[in-house]
Design a protein around this ligand. Structure first.
Ligand code: XCC
Length: 680
C-alpha cells in the first residue's frame, strides 16, 4: 500500500460557499466534499485572503531595495496635479507600465519557452534522433516552410521538383530554433500578417528581432532607472508580445501540428464526470503536449490496457486539465476533466490514480490535496518541480519518451488498488465538438471552389453573422467560476456573434454545453442560428490551447484575405475577450491581440487603476496607433455589449450596417408572415 495521510491536514480557516463560488454543479459537489473532508482548496483561500489593494491598482514598485514604494490612488481621487512619486521619483504611470510590461515579458517567456521545447523536440525528429515522435502532418510542414525561407522544391534539369522531405524538415527545425536568438533581421512569421498590418508595425518600429531579445529587453528597460516614459515602455510591450503571438506561440502551434497532427473537428465530453470509478484514471495537466502525446499512446497500447485489466480495472481513462488537456482533446478526443480552478477537485474525487503535470498553471497545493488521497502526483519537467516530499519527479526526455510514458502509466495502474472505498465522482459532464482550426473553418464556412473564408465573409457582409469574437483565457478564484465566460458567450451568440474560443474558456464553454451544433437553436440569434444549422457547426468553435490563440490571429488574417471586410484586421468586425483572466500570459496575449488591431475586453479588473493616465493610454490611445485597444468590464452583459458595440462600429465603417438591418427586417417580416399564417 502507498503511504497515505488521512484527511484533516489542511483544514480551511473559513470555507467558501460552493453555490456562491461556481455555477458548475460538479465543482459545487466536489467543493462541498472537500470541505466535509476538511481539505482546503483555492476557493476557500480566496475567501480568507484578500488581494493586496495597492498591487491591484498596479502602483506597487518593488524593483529596488529602496522600496517597495506604494502609490495608491487616494479614495477621493486626485484633484489638480498628481504628485505621487517613488523614492527615485518614478510616477504612477512609470510604475504601472513597468509592472504591466513585466507581465508581458513573463507571459511571452512562458508561451515561447514552451515553443522552444517543441522546436527542440522537432529538431530531434528532423535529425532522426528519436523514434517515438514522427511527422504526422507533412502538409503543415510544407505550408510553413516558405515563411522560414525554406524551399520546398528544387530545380532539376530546368524543372521544379519536390525537394527531399527530410531536408525540408531539418532546415525548418534549424530555422525555427534560430527565431529565439538570431543576431539580426526580424521574426519570420510577421509577414503572415496582412500587409498593411506588417507595414504599420514596421513604421512604428515594433517588429520583433528575436524572441529572447524582446523578453530580455523588457527586463532591462523596466529595471531601476532605465525607461521612464510609459509610452516607450508600451512600445516594447508590443514588440515583445508580437514575438509571442506571431513568434514563439505560433511556432509552438505549428510544430505541434506538424508532429502530432493538425486538429480536425471531433466529438468528446468535458467535466469531472468523465472520470470512471472502475477505470484507472490518469489526469494530465499543464501546457506542453510532448509528454502527454506519449501518455495517450501508452494508455492506448494493448500492453498497458492488459496490465490495467490484470490489476482489476476495466480500462484506462485519461482526462486533461488546462491546456495540456486542450492539446490532447483537439488531436485525440481525450476529454478534459476540468479547467484551471478544478485541478484540486479532480483529486478530491478519490479516483485520480495519477496526476501528471508539466509546466504552467499548476497549483502547488495539489501536493497537499494529493497527500489526503492515494493519488500519485508526478512532475515531469526539469524547470517545474515541487518542494513537498510526496511529489514524484520523473523527468521526461524526448529521446526515451515512450519509456517514460509507460513508466508513468504503469505507476498509475499499480496505484489503482490503493484507492479508498470512498470514491465520489460527480455525474456531470457534457458533450462537445472541439478541434477547429484555420482550415476547418475554411472547410465549413469557406467557398466550395474558392478555398477561402468566402462564405463566412459573405454571411458577415449580409448580416446573418454580426461579427466574430474570440473569448479565451483562464478562470480566476476572485470571480464566480465559469459565470462570466458563459454569460458573455450566451449574450454574444444571442446577438449573432460567432465565437472562437481557446484555453480554459473552451473547457468552460464545453462543460456548459455550448460547443454543440444543437446550441444554435437554443441560444443563437436568428442569423447565426441559420448559418450554424445550415453548415452543421456549433456557434462557438473551440480552437485549442492558449498558444493556439495564434490560430485566431490566422483566422482573422484569412477573413481579411477573403475580401469585402477591409484591408486589415482592424477593419473587420472582430473583438476579443478574456472574462476571468488571471495569468501573466493573458496580458501578453491581450497585448499582441490589441497590437494586431483587435479591440480586447478583459473581465474582473486590470491592475491599472492607480495610474489613470497610463490606463487611458491603453484603453483609448492605442486604437489610434494599432487599430485595437484594451478595455475592462467586469459586468458580463455590459462586457458583451461593449464588444457588440465595437463590432457594430466596424460594420458601420465598412458600410455593411444596413445589410444587417435588412436581414433583421426579413426575419421580422417572416415572423409576421408566420403569425398571419398561424392565425388563418
Ligand atoms: Fe492557464 Fe492555458 Fe489561463 Fe487556463 S487559460 S488558466 S493560462 S491553462 Ni490560457
Amino acid at each position: 500500500m502507498a503511504e497515505k495521510i488521512k484527511p484533516k491536514v489542511i483544514k480551511p480557516k473559513k470555507a467558501a460557499d460552493p453555490m456562491a463560488v461556481s455555477i458548475d454543479p460538479a465543482t459545487q459537489e466536489m467543493l462541498a466534499r472537500a470541505q466535509k473532508l476538511e481539505i482546503e482548496t483555492v476557493f476557500d483561500r480566496a475567501v480568507t485572503m484578500k488581494p493586496c489593494n495597492i498591487g491591484n491598482q498596479g502602483t506597487c514598485c518593488k524593483i529596488c531595495a529602496m522600496g517597495p514604494c506604494r502609490l495608491p490612488m487616494p479614495r477621493a481621487g486626485i484633484e489638480g496635479e498628481d504628485t505621487r512619486k517613488g523614492l527615485c521619483g518614478a510616477t504612477p504611470n512609470t510604475i504601472a507600465a513597468r509592472n504591466f510590461a513585466r507581465m508581458v515579458a513573463a507571459g511571452t517567456a512562458a508561451h515561447s519557452d514552451h515553443g522552444r521545447s517543441v522546436a527542440e523536440v522537432f529538431l530531434s525528429v528532423a535529425r532522426k534522433e528519436t523514434d517515438d515522435y514522427t511527422i504526422k502532418s507533412p502538409e503543415r510542414l510544407i505550408q510553413i516552410a516558405p515563411y522560414f525561407g525554406v524551399a520546398t522544391t528544387v530545380e532539376v534539369d530546368g524543372e521544379q521538383q519536390d525537394r527531399d522531405f527530410d531536408e525540408i524538415a531539418l532546415e525548418v527545425a534549424e530555422k525555427a530554433i534560430a527565431e529565439w536568438g538570431k543576431p539580426e533581421g526580424e521574426l519570420a512569421y510577421l509577414k503572415r500578417a496582412p500587409a498593411p498590418l506588417y507595414e504599420r508595425w514596421k513604421k512604428l518600429g515594433v517588429l520583433p528581432r528575436n524572441i529572447d531579445r524582446e523578453i530580455v529587453e523588457i527586463m532591462h528597460r523596466t529595471t531601476m532607472g532605465v525607461d521612464q516614459d510609459y509610452k516607450n515602455i508600451v512600445k516594447q510591450c508590443t514588440r515583445c508580445a508580437l514575438a509571442d503571438g506571431w513568434g514563439g506561440a505560433m511556432i509552438a502551434t505549428d510544430l505541434q501540428d506538424v508532429m502530432f497532427g493538425a486538429p480536425t473537428p471531433l466529438q468528446s465530453e468535458a467535466n469531472l464526470g468523465i472520470m470512471k470509478e472502475d477505470h484507472v484514471n490518469i489526469i494530465v495537466h499543464g501546457h506542453e503536449p510532448v509528454l502527454s502525446e506519449m501518455i495517450v499512446a501508452a494508455a492506448q497500447s494493448k500492453e498497458m490496457i492488459e496490465y490495467a485489466h490484470s490489476k482489476g480495472a476495466k480500462g484506462i481513462q485519461l482526462g486533461g486539465i488546462c491546456c495540456t488537456g486542450n492539446e490532447i482533446l483537439q488531436r485525440h478526443g481525450v476529454p478534459p476533466a476540468g479547467n484551471f480552478l478544478q485541478q484540486e477537485l479532480a483529486i478530491v474525487t478519490g479516483a485520480c490514480d495519477a496526476m501528471v503535470v508539466d509546466v504552467q498553471c499548476v497549483f502547488q497545493n495539489l501536493a497537499n490535496v494529493a497527500k489526503c488521497f492515494h493519488t500519485k502526483l508526478i512532475t515531469t519537467h526539469p524547470i517545474a518541480k515541487m518542494e513537498q516530499d510526496n511529489v514524484i519527479h520523473i523527468e521526461f526526455d524526448e529521446h526515451h519518451a515512450m519509456e517514460d510514458a509507460k513508466r508513468i502509466v504503469t505507476m498509475a495502474i499499480d496505484n489503482f488498488q490503493n484507492r479508498d472505498a470512498d470514491v465520489m465522482i460527480p455525474k456531470h459532464k457534457a458533450v462537445q465538438i472541439a478541434g477547429f482550426g484555420v482550415e476547418s473553418i475554411e472547410y465549413h464556412l469557406g467557398g466550395t471552389f474558392r478555398g477561402s473564408y468566402y462564405t463566412l465573409n459573405d454571411n458577415i457582409i449580409n448580416g446573418r453573422i454580426r461579427g466574430v469574437a474570440g473569448v479565451v483565457g483562464c478562470n480566476n478564484a476572485r470571480v464566480k467560476h465559469n459565470e462570466e465566460h458563459v454569460t458573455i458567450v450566451k449574450e454574444l451568440i444571442k446577438n449573432d456573434v460567432l465565437v472562437l474560443t481557446t484555453g480554459c474558456s473552451g473547457i468552460t464553454l464545453a462543460m456548459h454545453g455550448l460547443l454543440t451544433p444543437e446550441t444554435a437553436q437554443v441560444y443563437c440569434g436568428p442569423g447565426l442560428a441559420e448559418v450554424c444549422e445550415t453548415v452543421g457547426i456549433p456557434p462557438v468553435l473551440h480552437m485549442g490551447s492558449c498558444v493556439d490563440n495564434t490560430r485566431i490571429l490566422l483566422a482573422a488574417t484569412e477573413v481579411v484575405k477573403a475580401g469585402g471586410l477591409g484591408d486589415d484586421i482592424c477593419d473587420a468586425p472582430l473583438a476579443g475577450s478574456a472574462p476571468e483572466w488571471m495569468s501573466e500570459k493573458a496580458i501578453a496575449i491581450g497585448q499582441y491581440v490589441v497590437a494586431s488591431g483587435i479591440y480586447t475586453v478583459f473581465g474582473y479588473h486590470m491592475p491599472l487603476d492607480g495610474a489613470p493616465e497610463f490606463r487611458d493610454y491603453l484603453y483609448k490611445e492605442l486604437e489610434n496607433i494599432y487599430g485595437g485597444m484594451w478595455d475592462c468590464e467586469p459586468d458580463p452583459v455590459k462586457h458583451a455589449h461593449k464588444m457588440i458595440a465595437h463590432i457594430d462600429k466596424k460594420r458601420k465603417a465598412l458600410g455593411i450596417d444596413k445589410a444587417r438591418e435588412r436581414v433583421l427586417m426579413d426575419m421580422d417580416d417572416r415572423q409576421k408572415m408566420d403569425a398571419q399564417y398561424q392565425a388563418v
